[in-house]
Design a protein around this ligand. Structure first.
Ligand code: NAP
Length: 342
C-alpha cells in the first residue's frame, strides 16, 4: 500500500510514499525512524510540509512530526517559551500576542510548524527567527540521545542553518526555545510597515498589517498549492549590482552587512514578464512572481520545468542565477535542487 503525499504538503503534488507515520513524542519519532532503518528504507521528517517539493514517489517512510506542548516562563527581561516541534507556528505567535508577549508579529502567517522554523531560519518583514531563538532541542537519531543546541551552534544565516546542511540525517528537532524581550520594539523597516508610527504603534497593529499584506500578495495554499517563495533572493557583488543598476535604475537592491547586495528575486522574475506564465498546471503567481502555484493537478515535472525556465530567463536578462529556497525530495531523500533546474 502507498500513502498520498499531497495531503501532507502545501504544494499538493500527487506523489506517494511507502509509509506515512504521524508521531507525537520523541520516542515514537525515534521508533518510526529505526523501523525505516531496519527495513533499509529512507525516512524523512516533515512538519507542515510547506517548504518541500516531492519530485518523485518516496521509497520509504515519511514521518509527520506532531510533538506538541507549549510552556511559558519568564525572567526579568524576557518571556521564554518552550514549544514542541509540531506546534503550528502562526498559532504559537497568535497565542503569544493574546498573552501580551509580543515580538514575533512580523513573522505572522508563515506556514508550517515550529520545528521547521530554525531549519530555514524563517524570516519576513525585516525579522528572522534567529533573533528570538534561545535553543533547539534535538534527538540524535542514531543513539536516541537528547541534545540541546544553543542559537550560535545552530549557525543561522539567510534562510540557512546547520539543520539544512551538516546534520539533516542525524538529528530530529523536537522542540524550540524562544526568548521575547519584555521591552518590545517594533520593526517597521519593510514596505508599508514604515507608514506606522513607531512611537504609537501596538504589536496588534503590526500583526494585522503583516497579515493583510501577506493575504493580499500570497496565495492561500488551501486554494492554490504552493510552497511560498520558490527562489531565494540572490546575493551579488557590489560591482555586479552597480552594473545592473546602470541598466535598470528601478531595480530594488539591499546592501548587506557582509558587503554583498541582495536583489529581489520576485522583481527579477517579474521583469521577464513571467507573472501568470503557465506550464501545464504549474504557474507563476499573478500577484507575487516569486511563488510558483499548483493551479490544479500540476505534476512535479511541470513545476521543475517551470522553475528551470524562470531561472534561465532571469539569467539571460540579468546574468543572475536564482537558487530554489524550496527543498526538492526524490525517492531516496533530498536531492540537489539547483542541479535539477540547471
Ligand atoms: P517585497 O516587499 O515585495 O520585497 C521583495 C524582497 O525585497 C523581499 O523578499 C525582501 O527580502 C526585500 N526587501 C524588501 N524591503 C526590504 C528592506 N527594507 N530591507 C531589506 N530587504 C528588503 O516582499 P514580499 O514578497 O511581499 O515579502 C515580504 C516579506 O515576507 C519578505 O521579508 C519575504 O522574505 C517574506 N516572505 C517569505 C516567504 C517565504 O516563503 N520564505 C514567502 C513570502 C514572503 P527578504 O526576503 O530577504 O526579506
Amino acid at each position: 500500500m502507498t500513502m498520498p503525499l499531497d495531503v501532507v504538503t502545501t504544494f499538493a503534488v500527487k506523489h506517494v510514499s511507502r509509509q506515512l507515520v504521524t508521531v507525537n513524542s520523541p520516542s515514537t519519532l525515534l521508533a518510526a525512524w529505526q523501523q525505516a532503518c531496519e527495513w533499509d528504507q529512507p525516512a524523512l521528517i516533515l512538519g507542515g510540509g510547506s517548504n518541500v517539493l516531492f519530485v518523485d514517489d518516496f521509497a520509504g517512510t515519511v514521518i509527520i512530526n506532531r510533538i506538541m506542548g507549549v510552556r511559558w516562563s519568564e525572567s526579568a527581561e524576557y518571556w521564554q517559551v518552550h514549544a514542541g516541534a509540531g506546534e503550528i507556528w502562526h498559532q504559537l505567535l497568535e497565542n503569544a500576542l493574546a498573552l501580551g508577549r509580543p515580538g514575533l508579529e512580523n513573522l505572522a502567517l508563515i506556514p508550517g510548524c515550529v520545528g521547521a522554523a530554525p531549519i530555514q531560519n524563517i524570516g519576513a518583514y525585516g525579522v528572522e527567527l534567529q533573533q528570538f531563538c534561545d535553543y533547539v532541542d534535538c534527538l540524535e537519531l542514531s543513539s536516541g540521545h537528547a541534545l540541546r543546541l544553543n542559537a550560535s551552534e545552530c549557525q543561522f544565516g539567510y534562510r540557512e542553518s546547520i539543520f539544512k546542511h551538516a546534520v539533516p540525517q542525524r538529528y530530529a528537532i523536537v522542540a524550540v526555545g524562544l526568548k521575547l524581550a519584555k521591552h518590545w520594539r517594533p520593526v517597521l523597516s519593510y514596505g508599508e510597515l514604515g507608514r506606522l508610527d513607531a512611537q504609537m504603534v501596538t504589536p496588534r497593529q503590526v500583526f494585522d498589517m503583516v497579515c493583510r499584506q501577506r493575504r493580499a500578495r500570497l496565495p492561500d495554499p488551501a486554494r492554490w498549492g504552493n510552497a511560498g517563495s520558490f527562489f531565494k533572493n540572490p546575493l551579488v557583488s557590489p560591482q555586479q549590482a552597480v552594473a545592473l543598476l546602470a541598466q535598470y535604475p528601478q531595480m530594488p537592491c539591499y546592501p548587506q552587512q557582509e558587503g554583498q547586495v541582495k536583489l529581489a528575486a520576485g522583481w527579477l522574475i517579474d521583469q521577464c514578464q513571467l507573472k501568470g506564465y503557465r506550464l501545464g498546471a504549474a504557474a507563476v503567481h499573478e500577484q507575487q512572481a516569486l511563488v510558483i502555484v499548483n493551479s490544479g493537478n500540476a505534476s512535479s515535472d511541470q513545476i521543475v520545468s517551470l522553475a528551470r525556465l524562470i531561472r534561465q530567463r532571469v539569467a539571460d536578462k540579468f546574468a543572475v542565477w536564482l537558487e530554489p529556497e524550496v527543498r526538492f525530495i526524490g525517492a531516496q531523500g533530498e536531492v540537489d535542487a539547483v542541479a535539477m533546474i540547471s
